[in-house]
Design a binder for this molecule. Sequence first.
Ligand SMILES: NC(=O)CC[C@H](N)C(=O)O
Length: 230
Amino acid sequence: MVRTCNDFQQVQPQFKFGVLALQGAFQEHIHMLQNISQVSSAIPIRKAEQLETIDALIIPGGESTTMALIAERSGLMEPLRKFVRDEKPTWGTCAGMILLANEANKVKKGGQDLIGGLNITVNRNQFGSQIDSFESLLHINHITTSSDDLFPAIFIRAPIISSINSSNVEVLARLEHDIGETDASSIVAVRQGSLLGTAFHPELTNDDRIHKYFVQLTQDHYNTGKGRNE
Ligand SMILES: NC(=O)CC[C@H](N)C(=O)O
């Protein structure tokens, strides 16, 4: 039988998403994902075996030191590193982005366990205690198209990306204004292949454009022939 374009549109793949649910703002991500059409399921991830059942993962905001500690104790740290090494789409928001970074500054004494994968250096708690949290409108590559549809980014004890350490890392967003001592144009969102990092919390807004972008990245990733969970 000859298949038409329409036939192919009808067999859109459905993807299984996981959100690391050890600590932090995981439920909000799950809700947002559940409302996106290509997402067949969005489940909380607490055990290594569950990672084998999903196509893509979000590591939420929270406290990166606590999350790393619980991940280590639950035997999840190494499986998480493998998930990222296997190039499965992974998005870290805030603390999640810190965990996905290859290097982090201002870490607590004795260092901090990271999952790694994103070839960036992050500064934890960049904005200090004086500016604990704030909201800022951002231009985001591939997501916003004009000054009328900027993304409302919520920063909570957020990191920034202090350096990009590979030409494979694309800068998606920078601060538009100085915030305290932190200069405008500091990098706050990046992409490296199917890894995504945002210093802010899109799951705490009503704007699901970055979630949809991540779902699209996942779809593009598996459309290039990478094996997925049926
Ligand atoms: N909102 C957040 O995820 C805060 C991140 C936190 N300051 C950390 O270092 O892990």
